[in-house]
Ligand binder design. Structure first.
Ligand SMILES: C[S@@+](CC[C@H](N)C(=O)[O-])C[C@H]1O[C@@H](n2cnc3c(N)ncnc32)[C@H](O)[C@@H]1O
Length: 182
């Protein structure tokens, strides 16, 4: 049996999402996560800062018969496109576009700002998943800063679950789930 980190995160998220829920892919890239969300609900918005990635993702999704709303803008601005308290799930897959330019990647400051904004957009009972990468070209700054931010979230309002790939060598990805309670 083989299971990728992406499949793992998808499996965690699907428990929270039903048809008709509004969901956001905050880092569209090649569109794999957007495609997964579109299989669960027909209300999906995707954010990406690279036009070419968005073009390819749109093509891929169209071939599958999905038509999410794609937005060429930073995820920090998600609140310009969705109302507070209306979103069931937001997925962040941090880092750079696989097969793309490694210098264009998520950054600690904008990622943390986007998570803050995302928490406001979530309904109660909604979830944010953040898959954090580190090492190599990515470095460790984003992982450290995002984890530091998540640690201080009010535990009366949010549950933060960090899932370690405990026995995996070399800086494995770190999936984190944030559940909104109120
Ligand atoms: C690891 S990739 C995402 C992989 C993708 N979900 C998939 O299924 O292929 C991260 C993506 O985030 C994008 N990105 C970086 N900063 C961003 C920002 N501020 N807002 C939205 N997307 C951003 C990058 O351009 C890159 O395509």
């Amino acid at each position: 049996m083989r299971i990728s980190i992406t499949q793992w995160v998808h499996g965690e998220l699907r428990r929270f999402i039903k048809q008709g829920d509004l969901c956001i892919d905050a880092t569209v890239g090649n569109g794999g996560d957007t495609e997964y969300l579109c299989g669960l609900t027909d209300r999906v918005i995707g954010f990406e800062i690279q036009e070419e990635a968005l073009f390819n993702a749109r093509k891929r999704l169209k071939l599958k018969g999905y038509h999410p709303k794609f937005i060429l803008d930073s995820h920090e601005n998600m609140d310009r496109y969705a109302e507070k308290g209306t979103v069931q799930a937001i997925l962040f897959n941090l880092g750079y576009l696989p097969g793309g330019d490694h210098s264009i990647a998520t950054r600690p400051k904008s990622t943390i700002q986007a998570i803050k904004v995302g928490l406001e957009l979530l309904k109660s009972g909604g979830v944010i998943s953040v898959c954090i990468y580190s090492g190599g070209d990515t470095g460790f700054a984003e992982k450290e800063e995002v984890l530091q931010y998540l640690k201080q979230l009010d535990d009366r309002r949010y549950i933060v679950i960090k899932q370690d790939f405990y026995n995996k060598q070399n800086h494995p990805p770190l999936p984190v789930l944030i559940l909104k309670l109120d």
